[in-house]
Design a protein around this ligand. Structure first.
Ligand SMILES: NC(=O)c1ccc[n+]([C@@H]2O[C@H](COP(=O)([O-])OP(=O)(O)OC[C@H]3O[C@@H](n4cnc5c(N)ncnc54)[C@H](OP(=O)(O)O)[C@@H]3O)[C@@H](O)[C@H]2O)c1
Length: 258
């Protein structure tokens, strides 16, 4: 039980990777605040997670809602040991077909809101605290049509290192989990509404050495490790959970001989 008596905030904890991380943290003794915009999904997640989960409905694109989230955590928990800034969105932003508003919306949620979340949570944190950001392999794949999303995830990698420098003297560690394609609802939302996760896996598997998407639990386990005292000597680092996608791309089925 690595998190007995500890408290955590997981943004986007009502779905996918964040929900999987909440399950692990609660199973290991933590009280966990989870956030999301969708109240029904939030209620359902809290019901599944049990009495050690606190649901906070917040659109983190809105600075006042970020501050209100921190105030609610202060009122309920008093302090925070762990922040997993995980909430994020995807969406196409091809050259020649993207409005400034569509581009900015992805930057706002994936980058600005992450900065504001960490900034708002910090007064509740003290020495021994841990922050984990959620990046993506998309930061370095040059995937057509993903300029905004890929840029935000490259930004997450560097922002985490800056945070690590700024917080080192306070004894707060900052690390990043870098997922590859993972089986979550992000693949069936927005512009991809109507797509299926199995169809997505079929389309991407040929490029993934492990020939499959990761499970949310596989990514969450790495994030929770970085948040735990098992990682007490680790800051400004990252764990890549991508089935070999960026480390050994030529191991993908489409490049294998025979
Ligand atoms: N799945 C993948 O293949 C993959 C790969 C690499 C990186 N990632 C990253 O992993 C993170 C988690 O995504 P996921 O795959 O678990 O997808 P997901 O199931 O769609 O979860 C995204 C979460 O973010 C929340 N969220 C989105 N916009 C928000 C906003 N403005 N304010 C508050 N909450 C917001 C969503 O809650 P509501 O819907 O209730 O707002 C949801 O809980 C993201 O940062 C994503 O970029 C995912």
């Amino acid at each position: 039980m690595r998190f007995t008596g500890k408290t955590a905030l997981i943004t986007g904890g009502n779905s996918g990777i964040g929900f999987a991380a909440a399950k692990i943290l609660i199973a290991e003794g933590a009280r966990v605040a989870i956030t999301g915009r969708d109240g029904a999904k939030l209620d359902q997640a809290v019901a599944e997670l049990g009495e050690n989960a606190l649901g906070i409905r917040a659109n983190l694109d809105n600075e006042a809602e970020v501050d209100s989230m921190a105030a609610q955590i202060k009122a309920k928990f008093g302090s925070l040991d762990v922040v997993f800034a995980n909430a994020g969105i995807s969406g196409p932003t091809p050259l020649g077909g993207t409005t400034a508003a569509a581009f900015d919306a992805i930057l706002r949620t994936n980058l600005t809101a992450v900065f504001l979340t960490v900034q708002a949570a910090l007064p509740l944190m003290s020495a021994g605290g841990a922050i984990v950001l959620n990046g993506s392999v998309m930061r370095e794949l040059g995937a057509s049509g993903t300029a905004a999303y890929s840029a935000t995830k490259a930004g997450i990698t560097e922002m985490a290192k800056v945070f690590a420098s700024e917080l080192i003297e306070r004894g707060i560690r900052v690390n990043t989990v870098i997922p590859g394609g993972t089986r979550t609802p992000i693949w069936t939302r927005g512009a991809r509404a109507g797509a299926t996760i199995d169809g997505t896996e079929q389309a991407f598997a040929p490029r993934i050495p492990m020939a499959r998407l990761a499970t949310p639990e596989e990514v969450a386990t790495a994030a929770v490790f970085l948040a735990s005292t098992d990682a007490s000597g680790i800051t400004a680092a990252e764990i890549v959970v991508d089935g070999g996608t960026i480390g050994a791309p030529w191991g993908g089925p489409m490049f294998r001989k025979g």
